[in-house]
Design a protein around this ligand. Structure first.
Ligand code: TYD
Ligand code: MG
Length: 462
């Protein structure tokens, strides 16, 4: 009786293929992530045990230990690609599962084939399974990348059972599955790419990785249409989630750790897409600032921190009278909600209104910035654009703005200043408060609130 009730309850469920949220009814838009047309019907999960106990079957007693066991530190395998090793938290951890997500065509397969080759050359037994390209196509790519001599074992296969059997027999140290959306498990009845298939395949592969001590890298495409599940659906199953980002039109790409059980999240690795694959960019600040010309109104250099590393990027703002009653706010590379907040603070605390003005904000070079420390640089770019008055070219800006218009100091001031100094900047505008590290060659100008910052730097509001 209870059994029947349970079964009736778990009849069908609807799952968002973008974020994996489940609901009991279909709707045109996912309430969890806001994506349109992404909800699909899924086979139900099996009903759990009924009643309050697990029945009469006795389980095995699990061996318990304390936290002070003296395990050796996790051995890590270094690929030799510094940008990749850093994002992984200092190399590859055995028996771990890593998800590499990104837009189609951004360069995931290229990155992983290069990584596979580097790992293999270090003596790591590596298998690369492509579910998207034929072996000949992968070989062609390897030829173009100059990797044909690397001892990577290659397979073009989508059948999960066959892949697991092969991995079991070969016992590699690293297996790369490109992509998880093409994998197909015969224990699940839905089509490859559906939420259930992707979940089942990711679950099988990660469980296998843990059991056998193999590191597994899963590639996942970020998808726009509802029928194919996105990588977010498996994020919670893996140890490390990396996203490969970048604008198609720009040559550089950022590999960003958004979750890492074995290292700092928010770490980035920067690569450049060249005719011969991805090249490491050891000094990203120089790359992001490389196209800077004369000082121009609306352009401000922000001294940011990405993970453990300082990175300088240029914010560009354009402010123009709006031809329509509804002024535009367009942002690329920064949070639009945060922009609205800074515009409101500038208007109500500093008397710098943007009503009737279109505002465009862009982070140069296709970089994405999420640090609140960029607030002050954004505000400076906006006021600079509005007043048509450029900041001196040798100045960097950083600091967080609170709703009261006060400026809050941010972490790692010294690292930011040192990076700025290294790239030839001589002045830094930053909030008061906290320690003021003295960095030789940098004149640190500390300001208490946004109104005096605007007054001091642009002479507005006076
Ligand atoms: P790819 O790795 O196939 O992307 P993904 O696996 O994320 O879908 O990369 C495809 C793009 O990279 C393609 O548009 C061409 C470009 N590319 C280069 O510019 N140089 C190269 O050496 C390679 C192999 C690819
Ligand atoms: Mg690919």
């Amino acid at each position: 009786m209870v059994q029947n009730e349970n079964m009736a309850k778990s009849k069908t469920q609807f799952t968002c293929s973008a974020c994996g949220a489940t609901s009991t009814k279909w709707s045109g838009r996912c309430e969890a992530c806001g994506e349109w047309n992404s909800i699909v019907e899924e086979a139900p999960f099996g009903a759990g045990p009924s009643g309050s106990s697990l029945g009469t079957h006795k389980g095995r007693t699990i061996e318990l230990s304390d936290l002070s066991t003296e395990d050796a530190p996790t051995p890590r395998t270094i690929s030799g690609v510094k940008e990749l090793d850093r994002v992984l938290g200092g190399g590859l951890v055995p028996a771990s599962a890593i998800l590499v997500g990104g837009d189609p065509g951004i360069g995931k397969s290229t990155l992983l084939l290069q990584a596979a080759a580097r790992f293999a050359r270090q003596g790591v037994k590596t298998i690369y399974v492509s579910g998207e390209e034929a072996a000949a196509q992968v070989r062609m790519r390897a030829q173009r990348l100059g990797l044909t001599q690397s001892p990577v074992m290659l397979a073009a296969e989508t059948n999960l059972r066959d892949i697991l059997t092969t991995l079991e027999a070969e016992r590699p140290q690293l297996a790369i599955i490109d992509s998880i959306q093409t994998m197909w498990s015969d224990t699940v009845s839905s089509a490859p790419g559906s939420v259930s298939q992707v979940r089942a395949a990711a679950h099988e592969l990660t469980a296998f990785a843990k059991r056998k001590g193999i590191a597994i890298i899963l590639v996942g495409h970020v998808t726009k249409e509802g029928q194919i599940a996105g990588p977010r659906v498996v994020e919670h199953m893996v140890d490390t989630v990396l996203y490969f980002e970048g604008e198609r039109g720009h040559q550089f790409r950022v590999l960003r750790a958004v979750k890492n059980r074995f290292g700092p999240a928010d770490e980035i690795g920067v690569f450049e897409m060249t005719g011969r694959g991805l090249a490491e960019v050891g000094n990203p600040s120089a790359l992001f600032l490389s196209d800077r010309g004369k000082p121009s109104a609306g352009s401000v250099v922000f001294a940011g921190i990405e993970g453990t590393r300082p990175v300088l990027v240029e914010f560009q703002a354009l402010v123009a009278p709006s031809p329509t009653p509804q002024a535009r706010r367009t942002v690329v590379g920064w949070d639009s909600g945060r922009l609205a907040m800074i515009l409101a603070v500038l208007e109500s605390r500093c008397g710098v209104p943007f009503t009737g003005l279109d505002v465009y904000l862009n982070v140069a070079g296709g970089m994405k910035v999420s640090e609140p420390a960029a607030d002050l640089a954004v505000a400076a770019a906006l006021v600079s654009a509005r007043e048509d008055s450029a900041l001196p070219a040798d100045t960097v800006v950083f600091g967080e703005i609170s709703l009261s218009g006060a400026l809050r100091s941010v972490a790692q001031t010294e690292n930011r200043l040192k990076e700025a100094q290294k790239l030839g900047f001589t002045t830094a505008l930053a909030p008061k408060g906290g320690k003021a590290p003295a960095v030789e060659g940098i004149n640190l100008n500390r300001v208490g609130d946004l109104a005096s910052f605007v007054g001091e730097v642009f002479g507005a509001n006076q």
